[in-house]
Design a protein around this ligand. Structure first.
Ligand SMILES: Nc1nc(=O)c2c([nH]1)NC[C@@H]1CN(c3ccc(C(=O)N[C@@H](CCC(=O)O)C(=O)O)cc3)C=[N+]21
Length: 285
């Protein structure tokens, strides 16, 4: 049976470290600030942004949750983002995905000051990631959190074949870039890939962020693989499950993340960590 990758435990370690860093900054009179922009009534987004707001406050981070109606105008959001850009009390700005269709998400993202781009979605920061630039810059929190998990569990990436299922800007694309930058050989697939199991069966490290419940089953996984499940699906009985069929994959894998308690807590811990990173970087020149 696979080792369970305990995202809650690793997230707790990161959060403790973040709280210490916040305390050190406080000695210099600096309080990291996070602004979260939420548009509309998507129930999952409401839950996540509330979790982020609560965690930030718990760690001593100044948190502003800006909530807008579904039909908010693009101009109003642009105006508020510019205001956050100018606001010295704000170090990180996050626009919760998904956005309603009438809004131009790219324009909104491009308006965030890249130095305050706590999600790492601004094209300037995406470009740095793709160029494998070593200097400090923000990276999408979920894949960065997954890299922390892989490091914590000493998963060897150099020369490994990593397969990423999913190619979103939130997870799949930056995940593939981070794994490549760590000298893995990366294959990116998606839900349309033909003979998906032929590809996933080659994976030493398999990251699944396809948004399809139980897309990956035991016979699609190589014996001894590390399996990371980014999917979240709420079942009728209110329990959560992932893109990986845990029951059939766990006996095959060397290690596996559960849902919940795997990648999710790492995303929020990394968001807090990166808010403090941005704060420190902004004060170090
Ligand atoms: N701009 C932006 N940045 C994001 O980082 C972002 C986003 N938009 N849109 C949606 C996704 C999703 N996301 C999650 C964060 C925490 C959990 C999490 O903590 N999950 C818990 C379970 C929580 C529950 O019980 O519902 C767990 O897996 O153990 C899940 C998902 C951040 N996202």
């Amino acid at each position: 049976m696979a080792i369970l990758i305990d995202g809650r435990a690793v997230a707790k370690e990161i959060n403790e470290n973040t709280a210490e860093r916040v305390a050190r900054l406080a000695n210099d009179g600096i309080i990291p600030g996070l602004a979260v922009i939420l548009v509309g009534e998507d129930p999952a987004s409401k839950i996540y942004t509330r979790m982020k707001d609560r965690k930030a406050k718990k760690l001593g981070i100044h948190s502003v949750l800006s909530v807008y109606p579904e039909d908010v105008r693009q101009e109003e959001l642009l105006h508020d983002i510019r205001q956050f850009n100018e606001d010295e009390l704000i170090n990180g700005i996050l626009i919760q995905e998904p956005l309603p269709d009438h809004l131009d998400g790219n324009e909104l993202l491009n308006t965030i000051d890249p130095r305050k781009d706590v999600d790492g979605f601004h094209p300037f920061n995406v470009g740095r990631l793709y160029n494998n630039i070593k200097e400090n810059y923000p990276v999408s929190c979920t894949p960065r959190g997954i890299m922390s998990l892989l490091k914590h569990y000493q998963v060897d990436l150099e020369g490994a074949h990593a397969v990423v299922v999913g190619r979103s800007i939130l997870v799949g694309k930056p995940m593939a870039a981070l794994l490549e930058n760590a000298n893995a050989t990366v294959t990116v697939a998606n839900r349309y890939t033909r003979n998906l199991s032929e590809i996933t069966r080659q994976a030493d490290v398999l990251v699944v962020a396809a948004g399809v419940k139980h897309l990956i089953t035991g016979e699609m996984v190589k014996k001894g693989a590390a399996v990371i499940d980014v999917g979240i699906h709420r079942l009728k009985d209110k329990t959560l499950t992932g893109d990986v069929d845990f029951e059939s994959v766990a006996p095959v894998a060397k290690m596996i993340t559960p849902v919940p308690g795997g990648v999710g807590p790492m995303t929020i811990a990394t968001l807090m960590e990166q808010t403090v990173d941005l704060t420190e970087w902004s004060h170090n020149g």
